[in-house]
Design a binder for this molecule. Structure first.
Ligand SMILES: Cc1cc2nc3c(=O)[nH]c(=O)nc-3n(C[C@H](O)[C@H](O)[C@H](O)COP(=O)(O)O)c2cc1C
Length: 217
């Protein structure tokens, strides 16, 4: 634990606030997507993984309905996931070669830590909290998780793809009828980093409301 976190909280004074702001900005701006094939052992240990999920639990959650969950994929379950990747490829391409099928299977064995992020839709519970809000909550949970792993020095990446939507994937992860697989979260030790991508200028995504210019698009 750092001196700052032992002796001060972000609310306790200007000096501590500056340190927290700098740490937070550094953490946010140095996180980057790393493909699972770039992530190797050692991965996070059980205690670290628990801390990452505690960080996920701190995500904003309208109504505190916990509309998401994570399913970790331990080493013993990777082969079953690999079969689902291979089957998904066969469904997309009946002529997939043995080499392509082997590559699809291999994807399940990358990165020491993999978990599937799952969102629950508003079909059965709390219809007042629609899917976009639930996905925002999941996105915040994932970001908390990624930043916590990054703070420990691990690399991380998100992976989606067509296999997520297949029946085989739904069956393997026992998804309920109102659940959707969103992406895999992969964490491990990066063999090398790449330059941080240029982030979009806020001017591209921030504007100011002016009622006089309001019009339907
Ligand atoms: C829900 C979600 C799914 C993603 N799936 C993939 C993926 O399948 N493959 C991939 O290369 N990146 C995937 N990404 C990561 C983005 O490509 C990455 O965040 C983006 O390129 C920006 O890079 P940065 O995270 O390093 O800033 C995904 C991101 C999100 C939010």
């Amino acid at each position: 634990m750092s001196a700052v976190s032992m002796h001060a909280s972000p609310a306790s004074g200007a000096v501590a606030r500056t340190v927290y702001a700098e740490l937070t900005a550094t953490l946010i701006h140095t996180r980057q997507q790393l493909a699972p094939k770039r992530l190797f052992a050692p991965g996070p240990d059980a205690q670290q993984i628990h801390a990452y999920f505690q960080a996920a639990a701190a995500a904003p959650d309208h109504g505190q309905i916990l509309p998401w969950r994570f399913v970790m994929v331990p080493a013993v379950s990777r082969a079953a996931l690999g079969e689902v990747f291979a089957q998904a490829l066969r469904e997309r391409d009946a002529g997939a070669s043995d080499r392509e099928l082997a590559e699809a299977r291999d994807k399940a064995h990358r990165a020491p830590f993999i978990a599937l992020a799952v969102v629950r839709d508003a079909t059965d519970d709390h219809p007042e909290i629609p899917l976009p809000e639930r996905l925002v909550s999941l996105g915040c949970a994932i970001q908390n998780l990624l930043l916590s792993a990054h703070a420990d020095g691990f690399g991380s990446g998100l992976v989606s793809g067509q296999a997520l939507q297949t029946q085989g994937m739904r069956r393997l992860f026992s998804l309920a009828h109102d659940e959707q697989a969103v992406c895999f979260v992969a964490i491990g030790t990066a063999d090398r980093r790449k330059p941080i991508r240029p982030r979009p200028d806020p001017a591209l995504f921030v504007s100011e409301l002016n009622p006089e210019n309001a019009h339907a698009r």
